[in-house]
Design a protein around this ligand. Structure first.
Ligand SMILES: Nc1ncnc2c1ncn2[C@@H]1O[C@H](COP(=O)(O)OP(=O)(O)OP(=O)(O)O)[C@@H](O)[C@H]1O
Length: 736
């Protein structure tokens, strides 16, 4: 009561006929008044005094306090102070803007205002799933009557987003994400739409939208090894117009960090499972920041509060609210969020809402007016009820369950009449497809142009190397592992010599070396690429870079990081085994080990790019690796492979690496004769007893002479090109 008495502003809570206005919703000030039913407050209390609203989300609550002769009146405590940096921001924001909050708000909401940059209008929008053509063809072959089955996700909806902060609300499965994705030109491949969508009075497509709009997805997938500042800086380098200098990019990053209250965390790592980084809310803010760098005119956010606690969710919404209402000198960003069931304080920050139910729009327009419309339809918001919950409760039929056993489910007719009453209670929306045409001229003139292709490669290459550097513990572990493995192999086959017994040991050790390096890299790729692919798809959907630039940068950086392992392996193993001590032979051996390693990673990359998921990739890859091993030229010499299996044999890259390494080692090899060994050798190769004096005889026996070393290198290089080509096709064209 005291707070009321000291406060300057007046709030009239009475109707014209003297009754308490049951849906007084802050129409005179920025207060949000909760609805009061007439039964609870039979006697109106007339004029009340309230504090002036410097914070637009104050709530005034009316309480029917038992024993009080008039209505007990309390203020809900002001919203919790947002976290430090953001609070500072907010304060600055309010201080920097000398116009009162409600004035700023109304100017932003006026679609004709110059500060509203983007207007999105849609008419008769029908979104439906379409059956895959191939499946349909197949079904038609089986049954002549097979017809495409399609499901409607949105039913002939029309509407307009006219600046400010918008919420797309509705129960689960009502089509919130579908509406958001349709407007953002991000529909799934199996869905399509009819109807018209206009951006500032003109039809638009994904390419145009990418340049003026941002989209923040529900799950904040980020590169966990980079810091907050690095993440924003790389995005700035890739997305800001090529005319920007480094200084200007840095300045923009600083501005965004400041705007989002992330300055304190700028040097913190984003974090991965094994290494915790920034908090959930900070992650979300980084995602928003990445989109804000290019100063979008329109921002879509899919369920931005998912996974955040109530305080951090509110913090985030304050930021969005501030952005949607713009700074005095800036244009305001039109922001559209899909949101499931916001808490009251969050709900009160939205300017307008679109309420969906089963693909139909039940209400759209001002958030403040929504309570009035529901009341007029016969559904006043009960006291102390979150208005957002109330709206959803009205449009969602109650289902009896254990906790709510009294709920009486509505019949379809009853539910239809609720829907009709709601639609009747709201003013008809007039859709003008040309709305915002005047804003288009300036908008199109300033479309940014991304950096050129070669610069994108440079930036992405640098980013990849930085990420690899942060993962150096993995690289160091791999190198140690390789050394240990090489020492073990070298010790088992130590100083193999040139006796007859060495013939039996030389080929197994060569084969083992090839297999070892031909599997190692593949396993790393298959585990890491699917996650990286998802992140890349997102960045590309936002128009950050070309798929080809990403791919070239990836291939270059991955190969560079991969090279030390086969090089270290070759050095250790070659020396310990005591293969032919000639520099040329050593380097050729090393080339085969490197090529084998690179081929295996290329094959793994191709499989994970085409299979898309780790689960499918790890099912396919082992089978292929087994085949390449079986037909690797060791178990079945090329000369003995049956004709009908020669196609598999030809596809085994292991064979070309092994045969190439064997040719390199056996050519020019001089062997000693040893009685015991002769017998073994002869038994193995099924030849009459004689001493094998040179490697060429073995080449002939095994049938390796059908190809030469150059041929093996050529085939391996072709394999690498083939696998990388298909990997690129997968990266470029498979977008889901
Ligand atoms: N690509 C698709 N193929 C088939 N059905 C789809 C597809 N996308 C959405 N749907 C269906 O459309 C309906 C609406 O889905 P949507 O994801 O838009 O709902 P939502 O309101 O965002 O739900 P939630 O709050 O649970 O995320 C759901 O029944 C969903 O199964």
């Amino acid at each position: 009561m005291k707070e009321f008495e000291n406060s300057p502003a007046k709030i009239d809570i009475t109707n014209i006929d003297g009754q308490i206005n049951p849906s007084f919703v802050g129409s005179h000030t920025d207060y949000q008044l909760q609805t009061i039913s007439e039964e609870e407050y039979p006697k109106p209390s007339g004029l009340l005094r309230g504090t002036s609203a410097s914070n637009s989300s104050f709530q005034v609550l009316y309480e029917a306090a038992a024993g009080e002769d008039s209505h007990g009146i309390t203020f809900a405590p002001p919203p919790p102070a947002p976290s430090s940096a953001f609070a500072h921001n907010q304060q600055q924001h309010h201080q920097s803007n000398d116009r009162p909050a409600h004035e700023r708000q109304s100017s932003v909401l006026d679609p004709m205002s110059d500060r509203v940059s983007t207007i999105l209008v849609w008419q008769n929008l029908v979104v439906f799933t379409r059956e895959d053509e191939k499946k349909l063809c197949f079904k038609r072959c089986l049954s002549k009557n097979a017809q495409p089955k399609s499901k409607r996700l949105l039913h002939n909806v029309s509407g307009a987003i006219t600046g400010g902060l918008w919420a797309v609300m509705g129960p689960s499965g009502s089509g919130k994400s579908t509406l958001l994705n349709t407007l953002a030109c991000r529909l799934d491949v199996n869905t399509t739409f009819t109807g018209e969508m206009r951006l500032n009075g003109a039809p638009y497509d994904n390419a145009e939208l990418k340049r003026i709009a941002g989209y923040v997805m529900q799950d904040d997938l980020l590169n966990g090894y980079l810091t907050v500042e690095e993440t924003l800086m790389y995005t700035a380098e890739l997305r800001l117009p090529r005319t920007f200098t480094n200084e200007q990019r840095k300045q923009r990053v600083d501005e965004v960090l400041d705007e989002l209250g992330l300055t304190h965390a700028r040097h913190d790592i984003i974090g991965v499972q094994s290494k915790r980084g920034i908090s959930g809310s900070e992650r979300k803010r980084v995602c928003v920041g990445m989109q804000l760098l290019s100063r979008p005119q329109l921002l879509f956010l899919d369920e931005p509060t998912t996974g955040l606690d109530s305080v951090t969710a509110l913090d985030l919404l304050y930021i969005l609210h501030a952005l949607a209402h713009g700074k005095s000198q800036d244009k305001a960003v039109t922001i559209v969020c899909s949101i499931h069931q916001p808490q009251a304080k969050i709900f009160n920050l939205f300017d307008s809402i679109v309420l969906l139910k089963a693909g139909h729009i039940m209400y759209q327009g001002s958030r403040k007016q929504s309570i009035e419309v529901f009341r007029a339809a016969g559904f006043p918001c009960p006291l102390f009820t979150n208005p957002a919950d109330h709206l959803l409760d009205v449009i969602t039929p109650p289902k009896p369950n254990q906790e709510n056993s009294d709920a009486i489910p509505l019949t379809i007719e009853q539910q239809n009449s609720v829907d009709q009453a709601l639609i009747k209670a709201q003013p008809a929306i007039e859709i003008d497809l040309n709305m915002g045409l005047n804003k288009r001229v300036g908008q199109m003139a300033n479309l940014p142009r991304n950096p050129p292709w070669h610069k994108q490669i440079r930036i992405l290459f640098r980013r990849n190397l930085q990420e690899q550097y942060r993962k150096k513990i993995l690289i160091i572990t791999s190198v140690f592992q390789t050394i240990i493995m090489a020492v073990l192999i070298g010790t088992v086959f130590l100083h193999i010599g040139t006796s007859q017994t060495s013939i039996l040991r030389r080929q197994p050790v060569l084969f083992f070396c090839i297999i070892n390096q031909g599997v190692f890299g593949a396993l790393t790729v298959i585990n890491s690429f699917p996650v990286e692919r998802t992140l890349t798809l997102r960045e590309r959907a936002a128009g950050t870079y070309f798929a080809s630039a990403y791919f070239v940068a990836k291939i270059l950086s991955d190969t560079l990081v991969q090279l030390p392992i086969p090089i270290v392996f070759s050095c250790v193993v070659y020396y310990l085994i005591g293969l032919q001590p000639e520099a040329a032979k050593f380097f050729i051996f090393m080339i085969f080990i490197i090529l084998c390693s690179v081929t295996s990673t290329s094959m793994a990359l191709m499989i994970s790019a085409l299979c898309r998921t780790t689960a499918l990739s790890v099912t396919v890859l082992p089978m292929l690796l087994e085949l390449t091993r079986l037909f690797g030229g060791f178990f079945v010499p090329p000369i003995n492979v049956p004709g009908y299996l020669s196609w598999i044999d030809a596809l085994s890259y292991i064979k070309y690496a092994f045969v190439g390494a064997a040719l390199n080692e056996l050519e020019g090899l001089r062997l000693n004769c040893n009685g015991v060994a002769v017998t073994i050798v002869n038994a193995t190769y099924n030849i009459t007893a004689q001493c094998t004096t040179n490697g060429e005889a073995l080449i002939k026996l095994r049938g390796y002479e059908y190809i030469n070393i150059g041929g093996c290198i050529g085939v391996l290089l072709s394999f690498i090109i083939f696998c990388r080509f298909w990997a690129f096709i997968g990266v470029r064209f498979l977008k889901h």
